[in-house]
Write a protein that binds this ligand. Structure first.
Ligand SMILES: NC(=O)c1ccc[n+]([C@@H]2O[C@H](COP(=O)([O-])OP(=O)(O)OC[C@H]3O[C@@H](n4cnc5c(N)ncnc54)[C@H](OP(=O)(O)O)[C@@H]3O)[C@@H](O)[C@H]2O)c1
Length: 336
């Protein structure tokens, strides 16, 4: 399969994870089309990569609340990496802002890929949020694997009293399920691989002028650098964004990955206090500025990141390197 994939559509290409996926594809010599709702963002990203001018183009698509122009986006490409989906906890109506767009986006991209007749594989960025059963209790010790699904019902996810972070878990579960159901029911000419990453951190690959442009997960790390009170991590599992981009591209190019569900995850647990400790140890300005708090890591369960590492040839970056690379980059953008 890898021989015949030359041109790849990446949705969410200007986002935190999508931009790294674009760069990983370009690094491998593939041609990339990025999809975005705001073409100006795409043009800024392309302008920052003049060496890839002939292999990177952008197409404007509609918001997934009412997806459109996906047929145009898919036209001529050999494969799709569908990264785009709303990731925000600042919502007024979770069903309208998180769940419906996530499902519509997946269905829209799969329908367009089916019509195109040329797409050979779709890699979908799902989330560990679609895997995690937050009600599962230890003992005894257990390990989440790619076979697990969160038990949320649609009714629970859309209930007005449900907090946005739980509704997001529903959005990722129901959109990923929609993808597997689509492939089962329509038997299209492409296969599907899903990637279910945990909290994703690391340097940004899109040009930013201020921390206000950071995605949700990196914004939390930057708050630590700013000396704000530490958040409590809901899960201790995480991955570096560069490793995640590598996993997406390997999942695209390895024929044997077809039909699989991967949950890439570093073997090292994280906490916001650990991020603070690393900042204190690595950056003079952080000493006496960042807050510290006893945040024991829940070691009563694990996440199987090993299968992804073995099957996709991935070595996980250390949390220290991830934090140092991200914070060093951000201190060039604004003062902590
Ligand atoms: N960050 C994490 O820790 C994490 C962990 C697990 C899974 N994920 C998943 O990874 C993917 C990317 O997340 P990210 O962290 O890179 O977030 P991000 O920086 O916010 O990027 C998300 C992208 O999705 C597009 N998008 C968002 N809402 C949309 C909508 N309603 N209609 C159409 N496009 C929309 C946006 O593209 P434009 O604005 O350019 O149109 C944006 O660039 C998501 O599927 C997310 O669920 C993220």
């Amino acid at each position: 399969m890898s021989q015949s994939i030359q041109y790849v559509l990446v949705t969410g290409a200007t986002g935190f994870i999508g931009a790294h996926v674009v760069d990983e594809l370009l690094r491998r010599g593939l041609r990339v089309r990025g999809a975005t709702r705001t073409l100006a963002k795409g043009h800024a990203m392309a302008a920052a990569r003049p060496e890839h001018a002939s292999s990177l183009d952008f197409v404007e698509i509609d918001d997934f609340e009412r997806p459109g122009r996906l047929d145009i986006a898919v036209e001529g490409v050999d494969a799709v990496i569908h990264v785009a989906s709303p990731l925000t906890y600042n919502t007024k109506n979770n069903e309208k802002e998180l769940i419906i767009p996530a499902i519509n986006g997946v269905k829209g991209i799969l329908e367009a890929s089916t019509k195109s007749g040329r797409v050979q594989r779709v890699v979908l960025t799902s989330s560990f949020a679609a895997v995690l059963d937050a009600t599962r209790k230890s003992p005894s010790y257990f390990t989440f694997t790619g076979k697990d699904w969160n038990p949320l019902t649609y009714e629970e996810a859309v209930a007005p009293t449900t907090p946005a972070h739980i509704a997001y878990r529903g959005a990722k579960k129901f959109s990923e399920k929609a993808a597997w159901d689509f492939v089962r029911d329509h038997q299209p000419g492409f296969d599907l691989v899903t990637i279910c990453p945990s909290m994703t951190f690391g340097p940004v690959a899109t040009p930013i002028d201020s921390a206000s442009q950071l995605n949700e997960t990196n914004a939390m790390i930057w708050k630590v650098a700013k000396g704000l009170p530490l958040a409590r991590a809901r899960v201790a599992s995480w991955i570096d964004v560069r490793d995640l981009a590598f996993a997406h591209v390997e999942a695209l190019l390895r024929p044997e990955a077809g039909g699989k569900r991967y949950i890439p995850c570093s073997p090292e647990p994280f906490s916001y206090d650990l991020a603070a400790q690393i900042m204190e140890e690595e950056f003079g300005w952080a000493r006496g500025k960042v807050q510290r708090e006893d945040q024991p890591v829940d070691t009563s369960y694990g996440v199987d990141g090993e299968t992804t590492a073995r099957e996709l040839g991935l070595s996980y970056t250390s949390f220290r390197k991830t934090i140092v690379d991200f914070v060093s980059q951000m201190t060039r953008v604004e003062d902590p």
